[in-house]
Design a protein around this ligand. Structure first.
Ligand SMILES: [Zn+2]
Length: 135
């Protein structure tokens, strides 16, 4: 679904609540978790700005709440989908492991068949290659 960049706004708290209680780090963290949950990551982080109309609106809200709270400009996050790196790495690792695994069952014993010189598996009574009894 999300194959394009998206813009998210992080709004902070102003007023007395903003001064005392709110943390811009926490607000940003919460928004980042939300973005990550959607399979996106931050491409660009930019300070949000307000125009004059917004500032007047914020001021009215601030007065209405008796200076307790108003929205404050925070950040603009431009996100992008997280590239699926794992899907590209896995086939390479699988091919390498597949190439090595046939060598793993190869007998490591020093003993060799006296008839055909094939390597012998320890404990075997007969040669796995020619069937000659192991001396
Ligand atoms: Zn043999």
């Amino acid at each position: 679904m999300s194959t394009y960049n998206k813009v998210y706004r992080v709004t902070l708290s102003g007023g007395l609540i903003g001064l005392l209680g709110s943390s811009s780090k926490r607000a940003l963290q919460m928004r980042l978790e939300e973005i990550n949950a959607k399979g996106e990551e931050v491409a660009i982080l930019k300070d949000d700005t307000t125009n004059l109309l917004q500032m007047i609106l914020y001021l009215i809200i601030l007065i209405c709440t008796l200076l307790l709270w108003c929205p404050a400009p925070g950040y603009l996050i431009i996100s992008r989908p997280i590239p699926k790196v794992g899907a590209q790495i896995r086939p390479q690792g699988g091919a390498g492991a597949g190439r090595q695994s046939p060598a793993a069952p190869k007998p490591t014993a020093e003993k060799r068949c006296q008839k055909c010189n094939a390597a012998l598996i320890p404990g075997d009574a007969f040669c796995g290659d020619c069937g000659a009894p192991v001396g």
